[in-house]
Design a protein around this ligand. Structure first.
Ligand SMILES: [Zn+2]
Length: 395
């Protein structure tokens, strides 16, 4: 050992100077995280040495409705054509594009997407500009109504509500803010779902450090961005409580809570939300890395709440079949064990940044799989039923 020590020390110095030196030089100090220090990037995940049986999967067993896809890259007819080819290849029947936008952007998406409307639906967004000015609510609800009449399949809300939108005095705007009442009621009036992503992955609210498994997996190695610990932003309990108030106050509005309502750190909380609010459903995107760690518990959950869970991927047209789509099918359809999860984010080394581990499948029976893949989503998307039925018949 002694003869190798100098070499080892030299090697360590070299790596640390390459990594932290380089990062220090490039990373501007974030005022919200004054103590932040860059740490070296995580290495690639090692390959498992044990052999595990694998179910052969090329496409999803039934046509999938992806209730949560980010289609901002869909700009031209050619983009749509490529997306539809990718969907056919992996078995996706229909996607809900969360990036339909508002105003002129929404109109353009509807226009370019018109020939593909049996495969791609657009959700509208809100324009938050001027939210602190009088008249924002009425103006916004009116624009939303225009979008619904022009064919928007629903409304998408992202996590800026609760975490970033601020009042003039610097306090944060939550989902139960009365300014949103006319918006939620407009969705009820037109019977359109609200796809709502609020709060965030639980580890993002905890300190950056080795005890945080998201840090361990590779988040916040070169920048503290996306970590909310002691930034002054609201904590999950505040955001979660406001969401409950919203569900209670608008019983006629149907909310699909993205990412298992960001409560998958405690499945009892997901169950409590679903038990208490009949107008709440959940969508599973970006949770598979965690759900797949406890396949027995999660299988029971899916069986119990089989009418309340929608499939979503939070993916985009660039995601590959083998690295992204098939791991979703493998998780839901099979009992395969210890496989790579469909990581939302990867480091430069390919390491999955939201969980440095592998997952196992929950082997859903066909009747439940059909509900999660398409039937639950079709309750919200009556116009898509014919398309899915055609695809079922064509298989
Ligand atoms: Zn999203």
């Amino acid at each position: 050992m002694a003869r190798w020590l100098p070499v080892l020390i030299m090697a360590l110095r070299l790596t640390s100077s390459v990594h932290s030196g380089g990062a220090n030089a490039q990373t501007p100090q974030d005022p919200k995280h004054p103590d932040f220090r860059p740490t070296p990037e995580v290495p690639a995940m090692p390959k498992a040495l044990m052999k595990f049986p694998r179910t052969r999967i090329t496409r999803a067993k039934f046509p999938v409705v992806d209730f949560h896809l980010h289609g901002a890259q869909l700009r031209t007819a050619e983009d749509y054509q490529k997306m539809v080819e990718r969907m056919d290849e992996t078995g996706i029947g229909l996607i809900c594009n969360m990036d339909g936008g508002f105003g002129a952007t929404f109109d353009r998406n509807m226009q370019v997407g018109a020939p593909y409307r049996d495969r791609v639906l657009h959700f509208a967004r809100l324009n938050f500009e001027g939210i602190n000015e009088p008249g924002w609510s009425d103006k916004t609800a009116a624009e939303l109504e225009r979008d619904f009449l022009a064919g928007a399949a629903g409304l998408k809300i992202n996590k800026v509500l609760g975490l970033d939108l601020q009042n003039k005095d610097g306090t944060y705007i939550q989902a139960d803010d009365p300014r949103f009442d006319p918006v939620w009621e407009m969705c009820a009036k037109h019977d359109k779902p609200v796809m709502i992503h609020i709060s965030d992955s639980y580890g993002r609210f905890l300190p950056i450090g080795p005890e945080n498994e998201r840090y361990e997996a590779g988040l916040w190695r070169s920048s503290p961005e996306g970590n909310y610990y002691r930034t002054g932003q609201p904590t999950p309990d505040i955001i979660e409580k406001a969401r409950e108030n919203m569900h209670a106050k608008h019983p006629r509005t149907r909310f699909v809570n993205a990412h298992m309502a960001m409560l998958y750190y405690d499945m009892d909380k997901v169950a409590a939300l679903l038990d208490k609010y009949p107008n709440a459903d959940v969508e599973l995107s970006a949770t598979v890395q965690d759900l797949g760690r406890a396949p027995i518990m999660i299988r029971k959950f899916f069986l119990k709440y089989q009418d309340r869970i929608l499939f979503g991927s939070d993916g985009n047209p660039g995601r590959g079949v083998d690295e992204f789509w098939i791991p979703h099918w493998r998780f839901l359809e099979t009992y395969d064990e210890h496989f790579d999860h469909p990581a939302q984010l990867r480091s430069a080394t390919g390491a999955p940044l939201h969980g440095r581990w592998r997952i196992s499948g929950i082997g859903l029976p066909d009747d439940v799989l059909r509900k999660v893949y398409y039937a639950n989503a079709l309750r919200y998307l009556p116009a898509a039923r014919a398309s899915i039925e055609r695809q079922l018949a064509g298989r």
